[in-house]
Design a protein around this ligand. Structure first.
Ligand SMILES: Nc1ncnc2c1ncn2[C@@H]1O[C@H](COP(=O)(O)OP(=O)(O)OP(=O)(O)O)[C@@H](O)[C@H]1O
Ligand SMILES: [Mg+2]
Length: 78
């Protein structure tokens, strides 16, 4: 249902760059029940923002129900 491949997220603040997610691969199938755990600053919210399509990854692919989230638009969302 959800498939992340080699997801990377780099935040750029002025001249500063910080890679919050590096090489994330994840598959979540229907009815899976998962927990996202990690220390403060490990990137949990960053990952959730990507999964909710509130933010976009710097690189890598996010496939939701077989469709690339990059290519979803308001009219094709079902
Ligand atoms: N908008 C942003 N601009 C720059 N850096 C950011 C931004 N959001 C998060 N970061 C940095 O990315 C890293 C991961 O942050 P994130 O908020 O995803 O962690 P978290 O696991 O949710 O932490 P917490 O448990 O404290 O909520 C941190 O080093 C944080 O400072
Ligand atoms: Mg958080």
């Amino acid at each position: 249902m959800i498939e992340l491949k080699n997801i990377k997220k780099t935040y750029k603040t002025g001249a500063l760059e910080y890679t919050a997610l590096k090489n994330i691969n994840l598959v979540v199938n229907q009815n899976d029940y998962i927990a996202l755990m990690g220390t403060s600053g490990s990137g949990k919210s960053t990952l959730m923002n990507l999964l909710g399509a509130l933010d976009t990854p710097t690189s890598g692919s996010y496939t939701l129900r077989g469709k690339s989230v990059d290519q979803l638009n308001l009219y094709s969302r079902t």
